[in-house]
Design a protein around this ligand. Sequence first.
Ligand code: HEM
Length: 134
Amino acid sequence: MGQNSVVSERSTPDSVATTTPTGSIVKTPTASPSVTQVPTSKPVQTPVPSSTPAGSKSYSLVEVAKHGNDSSCWSVVNGQVYDLTSWISKHPGGEAAILSICGKDGSSAFNDQHSGERRPANELAGYEIGVLIN
Ligand code: HEM
């Protein structure tokens, strides 16, 4: 008797809501002091591959593609990854030119327009966040 009625209490809820026949809800606290204390701390940060230059992160085109609009605009120019979000509204050539390269490789667009120009290259350097990997 009683042997078959083993109740597993591995996951202990904070409280158990019980509805009484009269309709009122009775909450019975079940949290016990030292039972089922599962540590929840786990490493969140992914280590950056060490083969890249110091301080430089690497991103794939898949990652860049997740930042393809005006709320987060990343682009690739000549193998480097840039966060151009704050540059969109400052670009002397208009917002559309930057928006058109968000989330993708903008090398040809940039090079076609600005190759050999000092100012665009200088501006661009200030937005670098890493390098492109495959
Ligand atoms: C990707 C990052 C880019 C940066 C950092 C950038 C930066 C700049 C800067 C600094 C200027 C002013 C140049 C000067 O007055 O000396 C400029 C102008 C201009 N940019 Fe960009 N640019 C970028 C991308 C593009 C793209 C992709 C296009 C076109 C597809 C473009 C089209 C233009 C045009 C047409 C102007 C001339 C605006 C004018 O003088 O009225 N830019 N850009």
